[in-house]
Structures are given as structure tokens and as C-alpha cells.
Design a protein around this ligand. Structure first.
Ligand SMILES: C[C@@](CO)(OP(=O)(O)O)[C@H](O)COP(=O)(O)OP(=O)(O)OC[C@H]1O[C@@H](n2ccc(N)nc2=O)[C@H](O)[C@@H]1O
Ligand SMILES: Nc1ncnc2c1ncn2[C@@H]1O[C@H](COP(=O)(O)OP(=O)(O)O)[C@@H](O)[C@H]1O
Length: 288
């Protein structure tokens, strides 16, 4: 069995510039990886079939699974005769704004590149990943990056200042399409992406905390007031910065000292079943 980690991502900034003719939105967002990951196991099948095994009841085991789609697209493009059994050990909350499915797809692309001996570069894998979903190219590279276009254009950034991230996911799933669809473009208050980039380049923790912003919050917090409540709780328990990740509903707190992380984690456990205290990772993993 060949294993590949599929880390979750958070959005330190998420800005929407305008709606595109293809129905997607032009975005400018800074994403970074955290130390919470699914684990993908891959085993070559001689019968040419693609099989998915995931024990999470919210994750489909068929062609709807993004890891399945990653295997299928590689098989079709490179006329691969072999198949693969894909085991997904799910640790990232589903439909959470953490790109769990996108990361599984990216990990599958990278793992199949090895076991099917395709010899593709990261850039080639990211290009293929963009056909699966807008967040997949970022997940192929990992680390920290500025994503533009519909999210598939990636510019690598250094890793931010070391810190802890407390993630809290309310028990609800959010449809990314619905959130983007309800966005009022002309009422957007744009975050300062350039300042966030500067804070990352200088590893300036305080500037990073004061530069967070996600324009999709306005939509998700109105549709799901419990997400707004979770933001307030995270602030009350003392996080240095609080933001919703992606289209939500996960809320994350940025914390500089491990001592405070435990207090915030324990406090939130009183309100929320899915709470995680993880390190911000922020560096790219070497291509296997
Ligand atoms: C919102 C973000 C922020 O990182 O992440 P999540 O919250 O999903 O983790 C991403 O933009 C989500 O990327 P991803 O989840 O891959 O989206 P896709 O599958 O490509 O698109 C799902 C739907 O979201 C909308 N969509 C997505 C990306 C984009 N730039 N504009 C859009 O309008 C479209 O309606 C699209 O049909
Ligand atoms: N491998 C996968 N892991 C998680 N969700 C998946 C996967 N494949 C397909 N999905 C579907 O994608 C949807 C959300 O995917 P996910 O990436 O977890 O959300 P988000 O993009 O908000 O982080 C869910 O409805 C789920 O059914």
C-alpha cells in the first residue's frame, strides 16, 4: 500500500473581484496548510478498476468522490491499463471549508504519479487537478500560496510565522456553490491581500492577525448564525485572530502560544463537537 497525506487548508484571506462569464468568481486568496490531514492509501489493481473505500458516511464511494475523479482523469489522459484501490482515512471534516475532498484528489494525483510511474511534474499534476476543482491545484502544491483566477493560478509564498490554529466546525454542511451564488459583489469590503503577503514574507505574527479577511463570511454568517456565534466564542476565549475558512462553516482561531491553545480548545468543546488544535504547517511537502 502506498500512503499519501492529504492536509487541510485554511484561507487567511479570501477576496472576490467579480463574477466571470463562465459562472465562476475571480478570486484573490491566500491559503496555507495545517497539520490536520486525511490519509490516502493506494494499491495497484491489475483488473483496471478504480475502487474507493471510505468509512465516512458523508463521503461517496463512487464516481462522485474527488479521489475517484483524480484516478479516472489520469487513467483517461495517459491511457493507463492498471487500476487502483483507494482507501481514504477521513480526518478532515466534510463540507467544512477546509478542502478535504480537494486535498484527497490532489494526494491521489501525486500518489498515482508514483505507483503508475507516470513521471509527471507538480505543475502538470496541478494543471490536471484544475479540471477536478478550483482548490485542487493549491492542494497539489501545498504550503502557502496566493491563489487567483477561480483559484487554480498558484503563486508560492514562504510559510507564515509559526503559530497554532484552533478549528471549530459546527454540525452543518455548507454548499460552496450556494455561498458564492448569494454573494453581493457590489457590497464587498475587500481585505488587504498585499498586507497579508507582507506579513507572511516578514513572518510578522501581529500583522498577519490584523490582515485576515474573508468576503464569503457575510453570506455564510447570515445563512447560519451559529457560525457567527462560534466566531464570538473563539474571540471570547482569547484567539489572536478569528476567521471563517473558505465558504465555511469552519471557524479558525490563530493563537501564538500553546498554553492558550488548550484553554480555547477546552472552551469551544463546550459548544462544538468538531474542534481541533493543530499547528500551522505552511511549508510544501517534497514531491515523492
Ligand atoms: C470556497 C473555496 C475557497 O478556498 O474553498 P472551500 O470553501 O470549498 O474549501 C474555494 O473557492 C472553492 O473551491 P472548490 O470547492 O474546489 O470549488 P469548485 O468545486 O471548483 O466549484 C464549486 C462551485 O463553487 C462556485 N465557485 C467556485 C470557485 C470560484 N472561484 N467561484 C465559484 O463561483 C461555483 O458555483 C462552482 O460550481
Ligand atoms: N474525498 C472526499 N472527501 C470529502 N468530501 C468529498 C470527497 N469526495 C467528494 N466529496 C463531496 O464533496 C463535498 C464537500 O467536499 P469537501 O472538500 O469536504 O468540502 P470543502 O470544499 O467545503 O472543504 C461533500 O458534499 C462530499 O460529499
Amino acid at each position: 500500500m502506498y500512503y499519501v497525506k492529504a492536509p487541510a487548508k485554511i484561507n487567511l484571506t479570501l477576496d472576490v473581484l467579480h463574477k466571470r462569464p463562465d459562472g465562476y468568481h475571480e478570486v484573490e486568496m491566500i491559503m496555507t496548510t495545517v497539520d490536520l490531514a486525511d490519509r490516502i492509501g493506494l494499491e495497484v489493481r491489475e483488473d483496471g478498476a478504480i475502487h474507493i473505500l471510505s468509512v465516512d458516511r458523508f463521503v461517496p464511494n463512487d464516481h462522485r468522490n474527488l479521489a475517484y475523479q483524480a484516478a479516472k482523469i489520469l487513467k483517461d489522459i495517459y491511457r493507463v491499463k492498471k487500476g487502483v484501490s483507494i482507501t481514504i482515512e477521513k480526518n478532515i471534516p466534510v463540507a467544512a471549508g477546509l478542502a478535504g475532498g480537494s486535498s484527497d484528489a490532489a494526494a491521489t494525483l501525486k500518489g498515482l504519479n508514483v505507483i503508475w510511474e507516470l513521471g509527471l511534474s507538480l505543475d502538470e499534476l496541478a494543471e490536471i487537478g484544475s479540471k477536478i476543482g478550483s482548490d485542487v491545484p493549491f492542494c497539489v502544491y501545498g504550503g502557502t500560496a496566493l491563489a487567483t483566477g477561480r483559484g487554480e493560478k498558484i503563486q508560492e509564498l514562504p510559510s507564515p510565522a509559526n503559530c497554532w490554529i484552533v478549528l471549530a466546525k459546527p454540525t452543518l454542511g455548507v454548499s460552496t456553490a450556494d455561498i458564492y451564488g448569494n454573494l453581493k459583489i457590489n457590497e464587498i469590503e475587500h481585505p488587504n491581500t498585499a498586507l497579508m503577503i507582507e506579513s507572511i514574507q516578514q513572518k510578522d505574527f501581529d500583522l498577519m492577525c490584523s490582515s485576515v479577511g474573508n468576503v464569503l463570511e457575510d453570506v455564510t454568517l447570515k445563512l447560519y448564525p451559529e457560525v457567527a456565534g462560534l466566531k464570538d466564542q473563539m474571540k471570547k476565549f482569547g484567539a489572536d485572530a478569528v476567521l471563517m475558512s473558505g465558504s465555511g462553516p469552519t471557524v479558525f482561531g490563530i493563537v501564538d502560544h500553546e498554553t492558550r491553545v488548550q484553554r480555547i480548545y477546552n472552551g469551544l468543546r463546550g459548544f462544538c463537537d468538531e474542534v481541533y488544535a493543530v499547528r500551522l504547517m505552511g511549508d510544501r511537502e517534497p514531491l515523492a
